[in-house]
Design a protein around this ligand. Structure first.
Ligand code: ADP
Ligand code: MG
Length: 691
C-alpha cells in the first residue's frame, strides 16, 4: 500500500526539479515531509482591529482614512502618515519611501494595513506596514481564516509553500498519515488524531479558536507538540539504549589509592560530594556503561569528585580520559591532577591542541602503552591518532561548552570493539529540571547541592560605568590588603579579536592608573604557554590583578581572589554572569562582584541584573535565564541543534515534558513506533543517534 511518505513532492503541480531541490534543502522530499513542515506562526488578517483598542505589540490589520501626511526630520528622515478610524488614530512611518508612495497615501485615501504596533514618537505607530490603498471590502468574518507562516529557505516564498501545503492536504483523504501515538495516549489526553491535527494547523477553518491558535495552544497544535517532544525524547533514549547494549569494564578497585588520596586532602568531603561519589561508584562497578551527568554549582567541588572517580578506574587497572573545553581549564586540571596523583605513583599525560611534535609523540606513546593512567586535555584527546591501552572512563568537564555531537562521539574511544567506556559528564551550568529531562534524557543525573563549608556569600552590586574611578579605587584597596582581583572585559561582538583588543586597552589603562599593582592579562589569543604562565603567576600570588576576557568563565580556581569586576554585564546571559562571578567566593574572605553596566539599562536589563544580586543559587538563576532567553542560550549555542523544535516551544510547552518522560519508556518498547516517530520529526538530524 502506498503511503504519504512514499509519494514524492514532484507529484504536485508546479514542482519541477529546481523547486524539488530547494524543498530538499528544507528536508522535504515526500508529501509527508511537506505536511510536517509546519507553520511556526499565524497572521491574523481575519478582522480589522479598531485603533482605539490597539496595544503595543499587537500584530494585525488596521483600516482608516489618511488625515495627515508629512515628511519629518529627526534622527532619520521619515514619512509620517496619520490614519484615523471611528475609534482613534495610528501613525504609519516609512523611513524609505518614494514620491509615488507619498501621493498614493495622500490625505483622504482609505488604507488597510498590516503590521506590528509599537510605541513611537507620535504615539502608536507601525513601521513599514504592508498596505493596500482603497482596498476591496474584507471577506466576511465567518469565512475568514488565519494565514499560516512557514519557515522558508532561499528561493521559496510564503505563498508558494502555502499553496503546496494546500495541494498536499488534498491527498490526506486517500492517504492518511500513520497514527503513531498509542490510542490510550490519545484518549487519556483527549488529542485529535494525526491527520486531523495536521490538516487543521495548515488550514485552520474559520470556526477554529483564533486566540488559541495564535498562542499555539489549540488541541491540534498541542497534539503535534506532544508528539514532537516525544520523538526527541525517544531519540535520546535510543542513544542510551544503544550504548548500554554494549558492555563496559566493571571497575572494582584494588588497594587503597582512594583512601590515601582523601587522607592527603586538606579538607574533608562534603556530604553532597560523598553522595554523588556513591552514585558514581555504584555505576562504575557494573559491566554496563555509566552515563551520568553531575551538576554542581560553581565552586561545589566537582574536580575532587572527578579525581576520585578516576582513581576507581585507575586502581582497577584501567585508564581515564579527562576532557575540558578550554586550554586554561585543561591546564589547571592537569596541574591539580599531577599534584594529587604523582605522590600516589600515577602518571598523567597532557594532550592539548598546542602539544605538537616530539612532546605529542611521547604523550601518545605513554597513553598507548598504558604507562600514563590518565590523559588530560582539550578535545584534542579525541583525535583519531589518540589510542588508549585500556580506556574505561571518560570524564567531560563543563560539558555545556561542548556540542551534543562531541559528547556522543566520545564513546567511540572505548576499549575494544564491543566495550564502551563509562561516561561522567560534569557541568556547572545548573540545568533547570525540565530542560535536563529533555536535553539529557540519555543521562542519569546527580547533583552536588551543597557548597564546601566556610564559604562566605558573594556580595553583588551594580554600578553605572560613570563610576569607573570609584571601581578602580576599590580594586586598589582590595589588592593593597593582599587580596587579588579579576577585571573582566566583555564585548557584544562575537569577534574574539575585538574582545582581546578591548582587554589589552583596559590592561594598559589599569596599569597606568594602578602603578603599585602587578597587573596581568589573559585572553584567547595568547599562546597556550603564555596563558598558562599568566594563570600560574596569578594563582601563586605574583599578580594582584588579572585583566581577562570571558575565557576565565569556566572553572578557573584561585581562592585568594575575592573581587571581580565585570564590565558591561548587560551583554551577557545570566548563567554566564553567574559562572564569572563564581571565580570569587572560593576562599574564606568575604567576596564582591561589581557589575559595571553602561546606562541606560532596559527594563529587562535591570530585572536581569537584579536576579543576580538577589540570588546566588545557580538553579534559580538558570530558571530565570530559561524564562528570559530560552533553552538554546541556557545550554550554550552549540547545544541548540538538539533543541530546535519545529513546533514545540520550551517555556510554553513545558507541562508536556514531564508527561512525555513518563510515556517514553512504554513507547520505546515498540521499535516500529519509535523508528517512525524519530524519523518523522528528526529526519536526518539524528546522526548523533547512529552508533
Ligand atoms: P567546581 O565545582 O566549580 O569545579 P572546584 O572543584 O574547582 O569547583 O572546587 C572549588 C574549590 O573548592 C577548590 O579550591 C577545591 O579545592 C575546594 N574544595 C573542593 N571540595 C572541598 C571540600 N569538601 N571542602 C573544602 N574545600 C573544597
Ligand atoms: Mg570545575
Amino acid at each position: 500500500m502506498t503511503a504519504l511518505e512514499d509519494i514524492q513532492v514532484t507529484v504536485l503541480k508546479g514542482v519541477g526539479n529546481s523547486l524539488a531541490e530547494k524543498l530538499a534543502r528544507l528536508g522535504i522530499h515526500s508529501l509527508q515531509d511537506l505536511l510536517f513542515h509546519l507553520p511556526h506562526r499565524y497572521e491574523d488578517r481575519t478582522r480589522v482591529i479598531p485603533m482605539g483598542s490597539l496595544r503595543v505589540g499587537d500584530v494585525g490589520v488596521v483600516e482608516g482614512e489618511v488625515v495627515k501626511n508629512d515628511v519629518v526630520m529627526g534622527r532619520r528622515r521619515s514619512m509620517q502618515v496619520t490614519l484615523r478610524d471611528e475609534t482613534g488614530f495610528l501613525v504609519l512611518r516609512f523611513f524609505h519611501f518614494n514620491a509615488a508612495q507619498k501621493s498614493q497615501l495622500a490625505v483622504g485615501a482609505r488604507v488597510r494595513c498590516y503590521g506590528e504596533v509599537r510605541a513611537g514618537r507620535a504615539g502608536y505607530e507601525i513601521y513599514h506596514p504592508e498596505y493596500d490603498v482603497n482596498p476591496e471590502p474584507m471577506v466576511t468574518q465567518d469565512s475568514a481564516t488565519l494565514t499560516p507562516v512557514y519557515p522558508l529557505t532561499e528561493g521559496i516564498q510564503q505563498p508558494r509553500v502555502r499553496s503546496l501545503c494546500r495541494q498536499a492536504l488534498t491527498y490526506l483523504q486517500r492517504y492518511p498519515i500513520r497514527e503513531l501515538l498509542p490510542s490510550t495516549i490519545l484518549t487519556d489526553y483527549q488529542l485529535p488524531d494525526i491527520s486531523a491535527a495536521v490538516a487543521l494547523v495548515h488550514a485552520p477553518p474559520a470556526s477554529a479558536n483564533v486566540p488559541q491558535l495564535v498562542a499555539g495552544k489549540h488541541p491540534a497544535q498541542q497534539r503535534l507538540v506532544m508528539e514532537e517532544l516525544l520523538a526527541h525524547q525517544l531519540s535520546l533514549l535510543q542513544v542510551r539504549q544503544q550504548i548500554q547494549q554494549r558492555q563496559a569494564l566493571a571497575l572494582l578497585p584494588q588497594g587503597d589509592l582512594a583512601e590515601r588520596f582523601i587522607e592527603n586532602l586538606p579538607f574533608s568531603l562534603t556530604g553532597a560530594q560523598r553522595q554523588v561519589l556513591a552514585d558514581i561508584r555504584q555505576d562504575l562497578s557494573q559491566p554496563l556503561p555509566m552515563l551520568r551527568l553531575v551538576q554542581g554549582d560553581v565552586g561545589s567541588g566537582k574536580t575532587v569528585v572527578a579525581a576520585l572517580s578516576a582513581l576507581q578506574a585507575i586502581s582497577s587497572g584501567a585508564q581515564v580520559a579527562l576532557m575540558a573545553p578550554t586550554e586554561i581549564l585543561a591546564e589547571q586540571h592537569y596541574t591539580s591532577f599531577c599534584q594529587w596523583l604523582e605522590p600516589l605513583g600515577i602518571q598523567t599525560a597532557w594532550l592539548s591542541g598546542k602539544v605538537k611534535g616530539k612532546a605529542r609523540t611521547e604523550a601518545l606513546a605513554r597513553v598507548a602503552s598504558g604507562e600514563a593512567a590518565i590523559a588530560i586535555g582539550t578535545h584534542a584527546l579525541f583525535q583519531q591518532d589518540v589510542l588508549f591501552d585500556r580506556l574505561a572512563l571518560v570524564i567531560v568537564d563543563e560539558q555545556h561548552r561542548f556540542g551534543v555531537h562531541q559528547r556522543l562521539a566520545l564513546r567511540e574511544k572505548g576499549v575494544a570493539g564491543t566495550m564502551a567506556p563509562h561516561q561522567l559528564i560534569m557541568t556547572a551550568t545548573p540545568i533547570p529540571r525540565t530542560l535536563a529531562m529533555s536535553a539529557y534524557a540519555d543521562l542519569d543525573t546527580s547533583v552536588i547541592d551543597e557548597l564546601p563549608p566556610g564559604r562566605k556569600p558573594i556580595e553583588t552590586i551594580a554600578v553605572p560605568d560613570s563610576r569607573r574611578d570609584d571601581v578602580i579605587e576599590r580594586v586598589r584597596q582590595a589588592c593593597e590588603q593582599g587580596r587579588q582581583a579579576y577585571w573582566v572585559c566583555t564585548l557584544i561582538e562575537e569577534s574574539e579579536a575585538l574582545q582581546c583588543q578591548a582587554a589589552e586597552v583596559t590592561e594598559q589603562e589599569l596599569r597606568e592608573r594602578l602603578p603599585g599593582l602587578r597587573v596581568g592579562l589573559v585572553h584567547g589569543r595568547l599562546k597556550a604557554t603564555d596563558k598558562a604562565a599568566v594563570m600560574a603567576s596569578f594563582k601563586s600570588g605574583e599578580l594582584d590583578l588579572l585583566v581577562a576576557t570571558t575565557v576565565i568563565e569556566v572553572g578557573v580556581d584561585v581562592p585568594n581572589a575575592s573581587l571581580i569586576i565585570i564590565e558591561n554585564p548587560e551583554r551577557l546571559g545570566l548563567a554566564q554572569l553567574h559562572q564569572l562571578r563564581g571565580r570569587v567566593g572560593r576562599g574564606h574572605e568575604a567576596s564582591y562582584c561589581v557589575l559595571m553596566y553602561h546606562p541606560p539599562l532596559s527594563q529587562n536589563g535591570k530585572a536581569r541584573l537584579q536576579v543576580l544580586r538577589d540570588s546566588q543559587d545557580g538553579f534559580v538563576i538558570a530558571e530565570k535565564d530559561l524564562e528570559i532567553r530560552g533553552p538554546g542560550e541556557v545550554l550554550g549555542t552549540r547545544q541548540t541543534g538538539l533543541m530546535q523544535f519545529r513546533l514545540a516551544e520550551f517555556e510554553r510547552d513545558k507541562a508536556w515534558i514531564e508527561v512525555v518522560r513518563e510515556l517514553a519508556p512504554g513507547v520505546l518498547a515498540d521499535a516500529g513506533r519509535t523508528e517512525g516517530l524519530v524519523r518523522r520529526w528528526l529526519g536526518q538530524r539524528t546522526q548523533y543517534g547512529d552508533v
